[in-house]
Design a protein around this ligand. Structure first.
Ligand code: ADP
Ligand code: MG
Length: 320
């Protein structure tokens, strides 16, 4: 049974997943009406997932819903913002109720966990494309920006790197991780945005970014915007057992450094705040690792565990 656009919106999206008292008018009119809380700045971000570009055709709809919300939450996390409202532009090849039910549940579960209300959107026919916009709040002047890193800062990251990249290699038949496949696949398809960790860095970190395009590229953005460079100690990179195994077999540092889709946070912290940041990140439920230092000289240098230097251009990094 084909649903009309209105039935589709009513059935799967109109409840907004959760109710917030800063929403004056949600889904159903020409515009949503919203009240930014007094004394807060509005943080806005948007991301698009295109079938065949950002996910495999036929991908699990629940995972797609989760990921569309997660990648945007990760951007808010990187600014230290608290999530609030979402809008959803959905382009669908048809109206398949099972697909919509699972997709809506994937978005909704994560929305409710972070108290995000869906307050509007647009629905059109065409190749499957999911565009989600998120709005959040942050204390004036306190957002974690990319441009605040200073020479001498320590570079920290949450979680582990390269798990999603390993899942992609395995799913595309380029590597057989058999025993850990379900775990790395979950890291690829159901990333947990580090919202509480990002919040906890406010007032402590000089700069932050979420790692969506790989550590080298994203740390490169911090360095470029801050007018600095960095040195990384690769022996300190936080790697899960399956990624450790992959590295031991292939010696391929470019995978954990550049594969992307990690959705961990990378931040620069003055040494005096090191212990406070460790406590704050751990209290948010994340692991933390110190992987290098911000320096004056531009470019990113990577020291290998054996004392040599990695050729970062060969590792997929072409920034400077
Ligand atoms: P208009 O034609 O005035 O833009 P629409 O008919 O597209 O309005 O949408 C009707 C209502 O449903 C609006 O409030 C809109 O924000 C909401 N809406 C449409 N598509 C979606 C969607 N995919 N998710 C959430 N809300 C949606
Ligand atoms: Mg419309």
């Amino acid at each position: 049974m084909a649903l009309s656009e209105f039935d589709l919106i009513r059935r799967y999206f109109a409840d907004g997943f959760c109710g917030r008292n800063d929403v004056i008018l949600g889904i159903g009119d020409d515009c949503a009406l919203l009240q930014v809380p007094a004394g807060q700045e509005l943080a806005v971000t948007i991301d698009t997932l295109v079938e065949g570009v950002h996910f495999f055709p036929g991908a699990d709809p629940g995972s797609l819903g989760h990921k569309a919300m997660a990648v945007n939450l990760s951007d808010l996390a990187a600014m230290g913002a608290t999530p609030a409202w979402a809008t959803l532009a959905l382009t669908l090849p048809g109206s398949n109720p099972d697909w919509l039910q699972a997709f809506s549940r994937g978005i909704g579960d994560l929305s409710r966990r972070h108290q995000v209300q869906l307050i509007g959107g647009d629905t059109t026919r065409g190749g499957l494309t999911i565009t989600l916009q998120l709005h959040g709040f942050v204390e004036p002047g306190r957002a974690l920006r990319r441009d605040g890193a200073r020479a001498g800062d320590l570079i920290g990251v949450t979680g582990t790197l390269g798990d999603a990249g390993l899942a992609l290699l395995a799913l595309s038949g380029q590597y057989g991780v058999i025993d850990a496949l379900e775990w790395v696949r979950r890291r690829l398809e159901r990333p947990e945005p580090r919202v509480a960790a990002g919040r906890s860095l406010i007032g402590l970190a000089h700069a932050a970014i979420d790692i969506s395009d790989g550590l080298l590229a994203d740390l490169g953005h911090i360095c470029e915007r801050s007018g600095t460079g960095a040195t990384l100690q690769l022996a300190r990179l936080p790697l899960s057992p399956p990624v450790e195994r992959y590295l031991a077999e292939r010696g391929d540092w470019s995978m954990p450094l550049s594969a992307g889709d990690d959705y961990e946070l990378c931040f620069s912290v003055p040494p005096r705040a090191q212990r406070a940041v460790e406590g704050a990140i751990r209290a948010s439920g994340c692991a933390i690792s110190w992987i290098g230092t911000i320096e004056q000289a531009p470019g990113i240098r990577c020291l290998l565990p054996d004392g040599g230097t990695l050729d970062v251009a060969a590792a997929g990094y072409e920034h400077f």
